[in-house]
Design a protein around this ligand. Structure first.
Ligand SMILES: [Zn+2]
Length: 223
């Protein structure tokens, strides 16, 4: 799943208005941000495999550290504790941790049964990626709902607050459409390097959030 995770990041603002969108995107996408690093380091592995599912031409055959449920919970704890250590906000820390774990759940819906419950454990997956229409509908719904919650829960402080947000939303939609239409990557290294570029969405989220105010009297704190 791709933009569905961003939907979670946006929507989580509703549960914890004091947490910056940048932190929420970092949390919801955290294991996918680590994944290309781990692949380039040789800790995890995948291969180009056209037809693996209708949507994604990749065989994710070894990714126990980023995409098992047990390590997902571990990363969630780590980020939640890190957030709490810096900000001392229990509710925000809980939402950050849950956003990290949500990644596994959303991927479990999308992937064929290649998602380990723990490293070396049984693999599960509902295989939504076997249907292009189903993928676009489910993922699109997560994304639209999340963005709607964020837009309703915050308001722009200035023009940057409007344009930074809508340029990110538009960029993600275009990227997603291109991704669905493009041929398989030439090799896994180029796939991983492109994946690393996704780190830019974290500072983009902080930038947006700094120019928007949470509604209902709760000030965003830009953390
Ligand atoms: Zn993932």
């Amino acid at each position: 799943m791709f933009i569905g995770h961003f939907g979670v990041g946006f929507g989580a603002k509703k549960l914890a208005p004091e947490v910056s969108l940048g932190t929420l995107i970092l949390a919801a996408q955290f294991v996918d941000l680590l994944f290309p690093l781990f692949v380039l380091l040789g800790l995890e592995a995948l291969r180009v495999d056209p037809g693996n599912t209708r949507v994604v031409p990749i065989d994710f055959f070894r990714y126990p550290f980023t995409h098992s449920l047990a390590t997902g919970v571990g990363w969630g704890l780590l980020l939640a504790l890190g957030y709490f250590a810096v900000r001392r906000r229990a509710r925000g820390a809980l939402v950050v941790g849950l956003a990290v774990v949500s990644h596994w759940v959303l991927d479990w819906i999308s992937h064929r049964p290649d998602m380990p419950l723990w490293p070396g454990g049984p693999r599960v997956g509902l295989g939504l990626w076997n249907s292009v229409a189903g993928t676009v509908i489910v993922e699109g719904a997560f994304f639209v709902l999340g963005v709607a919650l964020y837009v309703r829960g915050t308001r722009a402080r200035d023009r940057v607050g409007t344009w930074a947000l809508w340029s990110l939303v538009g960029f993600l939609v275009v990227l997603y459409a291109l991704n669905l239409m493009s041929p398989p990557p030439p090799d896994i290294d180029s796939f991983a390097w492109v994946g690393l570029a996704a780190w830019m969405f974290v500072p983009w989220g902080y930038w947006i959030d700094r120019h928007r105010t949470a509604r209902a009297g709760v000030r965003s704190s830009h953390d």
